[in-house]
Write a protein that binds this ligand. Sequence first.
Ligand code: NAD
Length: 491
Amino acid sequence: MTRQLPNYIDGRWAPATATDHLPVHNPATAELLAHVPLSGTAEVNAATEAASRALPAWRRTPAGERIQYLFKMKQILEANMEAIARTITQECGKTIAEARAEMTRAIENVEVACGIPKMMQGDFSEDVASGIDEIMIRQPVGVCAAVVPFNFPGMIAFWFLPYALATGNTYIVKPSEKVPQTMHLLFELFHEQLGLPAGVLNLVHGGKTAVDGLLQHPDVRAISFVGSTPVAKYIYSEGAKYGKRVQAQGGAKNPIIVLPDADMEMTTRIAADSAFGCAGQRCLAASLAITVGEARHTFTEAMADVASSRVVGYGLDEAVQMGTVIDKANQLRIEQLIQQGANEGATVLVDGRSPHIAGYENGAFVRPTLLHNVNPAGQIARMEIFGPVLSMLHVNTIEEAIAYVNSGQYGNMACLFTSSGAAARQFRYEAEAGNIGINIGVAAPMAHFPFSGWKDSFFGTMHGQSNHAVEFFTQTKVVVERWPREWSRQF
Ligand code: NAD
């Protein structure tokens, strides 16, 4: 019988009481892997109550002791990297190398959060008025939760979780119902080896009902969300309605600008990795290439070669360079969008639709696709496709290119390829995006920098990772004190 995934609540596996389940398939082989429960309010309430009960003791545990669990967590993740990466590939479809890289980024966040004792240190000012001192201390927010998407089943929860725990909060993770097994495996490892006090870290599977349960529960004080923009907006406004802190990362349409003076060999290689890595299902995937002047010809020709020669197949095969998209429904959706691009006037220069991958005939594959001369006023040049499709359009000046970038809805990432320092500075200064790449195709910030995002790519103030996470997961308390000298006893 296919395994039914349980929730993990109060330090125990809790068989889900939900009657609704979804199947989880391997998107390359179509094998049925598991069933994930669509948990209801009762399970969310149980997890929240467990996290609330665990909070007072966890909060009183010194930060230096709390981070000992993170040191151990890092060891557990490293020791089990291969099993975790295989699970990611099996349920998400990316290559095994991409899955390993994903977990490396997760571990990096655990490492940075080990610096919390210093990062959450307060402030002290003596004699703000005569004999009066002022102290600012940071205290945990309370029970916090993460709602995460399918495209990085192991990494994204770690943009938040280690910081939340290290700052003294208790936590609930709600993974994507499309890829629930990776988080299940991580919780199995933590259950067996980490030894966190019961209730500090909980796992609730499900979809909208579970998320609404978290949004509406008065004891959930903060929610970190990563996913599509419509849902991010919903989480942000609902969270505000229920008085919560919210950080909500949304979708993207990431442009890269290629100037004629760019190193074309390097640019093409990097741009292809950005557009087709993780089958384009990366929030920092290049989705629109804007070539300036003469770059139009050189870049287009080189990209056509790279796109058509990429090795596509099952991600567990080490030779494969690009795996599947998440499921058949998304394969179909992406193929329809390629057609829409053509209908809007683009040429399908490299067509990745309906590929035949020997041995994986039922897999959800789309090969790398290039839409050349997309209509700048059409939808395809603007909307997130979230698949291995690079749209290309051509302009005459860098000013035109930047203006086009800045007129878009999203602001997750924008990149420039050039050998001109002045052009790079102009771009860095003017481009409206939270992550900027200069001769970089995936401008993913290291864990000690915030994962920024602008416009419809982010709703909130404090981002994930870094000292932003410390701000998000702590509330400041300012104490103004007067201790008159005449009150001191003579010792
Ligand atoms: P999604 O928005 O469909 O789902 C994300 C999470 O929200 C899941 O856990 C899902 O169960 C939950 N959810 C879905 N619909 C909901 C609803 N109506 N109400 C409440 N909760 C709901 O996103 P996805 O398809 O899993 O992931 C792909 C999207 O995530 C893309 O748009 C991508 O750009 C975005 N993403 C953004 C970043 C970033 O850093 N900005 C990173 C990764 C992915």
